[in-house]
Design a protein around this ligand. Structure first.
Ligand code: ZN
Ligand code: ZN
Length: 397
C-alpha cells in the first residue's frame, strides 16, 4: 500500500514566486486527502503530476486565510466539471461551519453534496485500514493537527516453522496468519506465535498545521514515520515566533527529537530564511530534517522496507522534472550583475547559501553573468529571491 505526501504549497502566509501557500496532498493507495487549501491550490494540483482529482475529503488545520482561500474556487470547479453525486466532506476545527456560511455567496448552490464535519482535539475517525486522529496544537485560535495512524500488522509467516509443525498448506495457514490457533488432524494445536514473526508496526504521519512548539504535538507525533511541522521562522526570529504562535526551525526540530520521529519535514516557511539555513538550524537538533519545495514529495514505506524518502520534484508534472545526468555539473546563468561589485556581492551571497558561483563577462560593457551548477539553480534562485522579499514579512496569520 503506497503512502506519500505531495507538497503543493510550502510558503508561510502568502504566495511567493516560487512557493504557494499551505496545501498538502496525502495519497494512500487510491485515496487522495487534501490538508489545507490555500489560495491557488487547485492550480498547484493542475500543475502537478497528480492533476486535479475529484477530491472527496479535505482536512483543514485552521481557518486562517492562508489555509482556506482556495476552497471556493476549487469547489466551484468541481461543480463546473459536472460533479453531482460524488460528495465532498470538509473536516475542520470548530468554526468551519461558520466559515462555510460566509462562503455561501461565492459557492451558490453546489450540485453535489457538501458535508462539513467539525472536529475537536482527541476526536478519532476510524477509517477501516487506519485511523485519523485530530490533535491539539497551539496557535492561539481553533486549530488542529492530524495524524494518520495505521495499526500494527501481524508478523511474517514462517513457512519453514509451519512445515516443521506439520501445518498443511491451505486454509489452516490463513487462519494462523489471521491470529487464531488451529487444530491439526492429529489433534495437535498450533498457535499463531509459533509460525509468525514479531508483529510489524504500521505507519504514522503527523501534520501540525500552524503551531507554536507544543507538548500535545510531541505526544501525537510519538514515533511517527514522518512529522510535517511548520517552521515559519529561522532561529534568529525566535521572539517573533513566540509572539505570533509559530515555530522556528529549531523549535520544530526539538519537537521531532522529543517525539522520536523518523523524519521531520519543515513547511510553512518564510522566504526570508533560506531553506538551506532552516535545514542547518534544524539538523543541529534533529538530523533527519528536510525542507520540501512545492511539488516535492515524501514517500513513506513500511518501516521494514526503508526510511521515509524525500523525492525532489517527485510530484511535478513529468516534463518539468526532466533533466539529463550531466545537468548537475553544467554551469547555468542565474543572474546578470551590472558591475563587478554587484557580481561579487551576489557571489558572496550564494557562497553563504553553500553555492559556488562563477562570474563570466557578459556581452554588455561592464555586466557580468553569474553562473551556478545547474543542480544548484533552484537554491540559487531562492537565495537571490530572498533578497527581494519585504523585510517585515508576516507572520500573522
Ligand atoms: Zn499559516
Ligand atoms: Zn495560522
Amino acid at each position: 500500500m503506497d503512502l506519500d505526501l505531495v507538497f503543493l504549497g510550502t510558503s508561510a502566509s502568502m504566495p511567493t514566486a516560487r512557493r504557494a501557500p499551505a496545501a498538502l496532498l496525502l495519497r494512500r493507495g487510491g485515496e487522495r486527502l487534501l490538508f489545507d487549501c490555500a489560495e491557488g491550490t487547485q492550480r498547484q494540483l493542475q500543475r502537478s503530476a497528480v492533476g486535479l482529482p475529484e477530491i472527496e475529503e479535505i482536512f483543514l488545520t485552521h481557518l486562517h486565510a492562508d489555509h482556506v482561500l482556495g476552497l471556493p474556487g476549487m469547489l466551484k470547479t468541481f461543480a463546473l466539471r459536472g460533479r453531482d453525486e460524488l460528495g465532498l466532506t470538509v473536516y475542520g476545527p470548530q468554526g468551519t461551519r461558520h466559515l462555510f456560511g460566509h462562503l455561501k455567496p461565492f459557492l451558490g448552490r453546489l450540485p453535489y453534496p457538501l458535508t462539513i464535519v467539525e472536529l475537536a482535539a482527541g476526536d478519532v475517525l476510524e477509517r477501516g485500514e487506519y485511523r485519523m486522529d485530530a490533535f491539539a496544537v497551539d496557535h492561539g485560535v481553533e486549530a488542529l493537527g492530524y495524524a494518520l495512524v495505521e495499526p500494527g500488522r501481524p508478523g511474517r509467516f514462517d513457512v519453514e516453522a509451519a512445515d516443521t509443525l506439520g501445518v498443511p498448506p491451505g486454509p489452516e495457514r490463513g487462519i494462523l496468519q489471521g491470529g487464531d490457533p488451529v487444530t491439526l488432524s492429529d489433534g495437535t494445536v498450533v498457535t499463531p506465535d509459533e509460525v509468525l514473526g514479531p508483529a510489524r508496526p504500521g505507519r504514522k504521519i503527523a501534520i501540525t498545521g500552524d503551531t507554536a512548539p507544543s507538548p500535545s504535538v510531541v505526544q501525537a507525533a510519538h514515533h511517527a514515520d514522518l512529522l510535517v511541522h511548520e517552521a515559519t521562522f529561522g532561529d534568529e526570529d525566535r521572539q517573533r515566533a513566540r509572539e505570533t504562535m509559530h515555530s522556528t526551525a529549531g523549535d520544530a526540530a526539538q519537537v521531532a527529537k522529543l517525539a522520536d520521529v523518523r523524519m521531520l519535514a519543515l513547511t510553512h516557511v518564510s522566504p526570508r530564511t533560506l531553506p538551506a539555513e532552516l535545514v542547518r538550524q534544524a539538523q543541529a537538533v534533529f538530523r533527519e530534517t528536510v525542507v520540501p519545495r512545492d511539488f516535492d514529495l515524501i514517500e513513506v514505506p513500511f518501516p521494514e522496507r526503508g526510511a521515509p524518502m524525500l523525492v525532489k520534484r517527485g510530484g511535478a508534472a513529468a516534463d518539468r522534472s526532466a533533466y539529463d545526468s550531466g545537468a548537475m555539473s553544467r554551469m547555468v546563468q542565474v543572474a546578470t550583475a551590472g558591475d563587478v561589485t554587484e557580481a561579487e556581492e551576489l557571489q558572496e551571497l550564494l557562497r553563504n547559501a553553500g553555492i559556488e558561483a562563477e562570474l563570466e563577462a557578459a556581452a554588455e560593457d561592464d555586466a557580468l553573468q553569474v553562473l551556478v551548477p545547474e543542480g544548484a539553480l533552484e537554491a540559487a534562485q531562492d537565495a537571490i529571491e530572498a533578497l527581494s522579499e519585504p523585510d517585515d514579512l508576516i507572520a500573522e496569520p
